[in-house]
Design a binder for this molecule. Sequence first.
Ligand SMILES: *[C@@H]1O[C@H](CO)[C@@H](O)[C@H](O)[C@H]1NC(C)=O
Ligand SMILES: *[C@@H]1O[C@H](CO)[C@@H](O)[C@H](O)[C@H]1NC(C)=O
Ligand SMILES: *[C@@H]1O[C@H](CO)[C@@H](O)[C@H](O)[C@H]1NC(C)=O
Ligand SMILES: *[C@@H]1O[C@H](CO)[C@@H](O)[C@H](O)[C@H]1NC(C)=O
Ligand SMILES: *[C@@H]1O[C@H](CO)[C@@H](O)[C@H](O)[C@H]1NC(C)=O
Ligand SMILES: *[C@@H]1O[C@H](CO)[C@@H](O)[C@H](O)[C@H]1NC(C)=O
Ligand SMILES: *[C@@H]1O[C@H](CO)[C@@H](O)[C@H](O)[C@H]1NC(C)=O
Ligand SMILES: *[C@@H]1O[C@H](CO)[C@@H](O)[C@H](O)[C@H]1NC(C)=O
Length: 305
Amino acid sequence: MGRSCNLLFALVVFILLHTSLSTLPNIITDEASLLAFKSHISSSDPNNILATNWSSSTPVCSWIGITCTSRHHRVAALDISSMQLHGTIPPHLGNLSFLVSLNISNNRFHGNLPQELAHLQRLKLIDVTSNNFTGAIPSFLSLLVDLHILRLSSNQFSGNIPSSLSNLTKLEVLKIQGNLLKGEIPRELGDLHYMTVLNLDSNHLTGSIPPSIYNITTMRIIGLTNNNLTGELPTTICDHLPNLEGLYLSRNYLDGVIPPTLEKCRKLQILSLSINEFSGTVPRELANLTSLTGLYLGGQHLGGM
Ligand SMILES: *[C@@H]1O[C@H](CO)[C@@H](O)[C@H](O)[C@H]1NC(C)=O
Ligand SMILES: *[C@@H]1O[C@H](CO)[C@@H](O)[C@H](O)[C@H]1NC(C)=O
Ligand SMILES: *[C@@H]1O[C@H](CO)[C@@H](O)[C@H](O)[C@H]1NC(C)=O
Ligand SMILES: *[C@@H]1O[C@H](CO)[C@@H](O)[C@H](O)[C@H]1NC(C)=O
Ligand SMILES: *[C@@H]1O[C@H](CO)[C@@H](O)[C@H](O)[C@H]1NC(C)=O
Ligand SMILES: *[C@@H]1O[C@H](CO)[C@@H](O)[C@H](O)[C@H]1NC(C)=O
Ligand SMILES: *[C@@H]1O[C@H](CO)[C@@H](O)[C@H](O)[C@H]1NC(C)=O
Ligand SMILES: *[C@@H]1O[C@H](CO)[C@@H](O)[C@H](O)[C@H]1NC(C)=O
């Protein structure tokens, strides 16, 4: 009697466990997401790599571009960069709930990044560089609070830079150069205290550079070249930038004098200020920058060094 009761109990536990597990997302969900993605990729995949490789007859974790977690056997990384793929991103990608790294750079994907990607709370890296995405920079990106690297460069993103990106407090790399962004640089970006690279080159940004940007002590590279930025550089520019290696501000409408205090950015290697409206003389103090390998000041009326 006791024994058959135990058996019955075990059976009930087994059935409960089994049904609850099969309704939870698992590698089958991941496979379905990726196959849905594959069906949105047009046949311009010239070598038909995905068509032959992403097949139900082989385990998902051995598909090209897929890396799985060792513990749960779930898809952790999707890297299909530089495969000449053409298509759109379906909402199903938002079901890859263990995804940490998404790299679809250097293809020809177009359309929008679907809202469902906001479900991917483990994402640390998004790289969609060099595609043909359009529309605003999605505001849902600010919900992906584990992001360390966000690269959206060389697409056709338009509108303003959302100030909500300052929610991504772990962000180290933010690259959005080569898009169609307009408006001002949100001063809230200065709240990103771990940022090392900020590149907003070649957009249509206006207004002055928010001084909060110069407050990020981890910063190594600031790239704002080829926009429509105005205003002066503050004399305090280098007070909190001990790690700055590159300051790229060419091709804007910046004016005033070149601050001699730039010498306080001790590690500066590249200082690019050409084709602006700076006046006065080139400060002697720049000669103190012993790491400097590139100094670009041409295209404006400056006195000698
Ligand atoms: C898919 O590509 C991977 C990586 O190149 C390779 O190891 C695997 O054998 C391929 N599988 C099939 C079915 O082509
Ligand atoms: C995956 O996502 C799609 C669209 O977001 C949804 O309709 C579908 O039910 C999901 N599939 C699974 C297996 O979770
Ligand atoms: C994404 O892939 C490209 C091409 O393979 C590579 O150059 C790039 O560094 C990758 N992105 C990130 C953030 O690792
Ligand atoms: C990108 O999209 C635009 C408009 O949607 C189109 O005219 C252009 O040909 C596309 N470029 C590429 C490389 O697909
Ligand atoms: C900022 O992140 C928090 C979680 O840390 C989230 O609840 C909130 O909605 C986010 N705000 C925006 C504007 O995205
Ligand atoms: C700067 O503004 C002018 C005038 O509005 C415009 O013609 C030009 O294309 C803009 N340049 C950039 C890089 O946005
Ligand atoms: C820079 O940081 C200091 C100290 O954290 C703060 O008092 C100051 O307001 C900040 N400046 C800007 C322009 O954000
Ligand atoms: C920096 O340069 C100025 C002017 O050339 C010089 O007087 C000064 O001693 C230098 N400072 C340091 C810390 O090297």
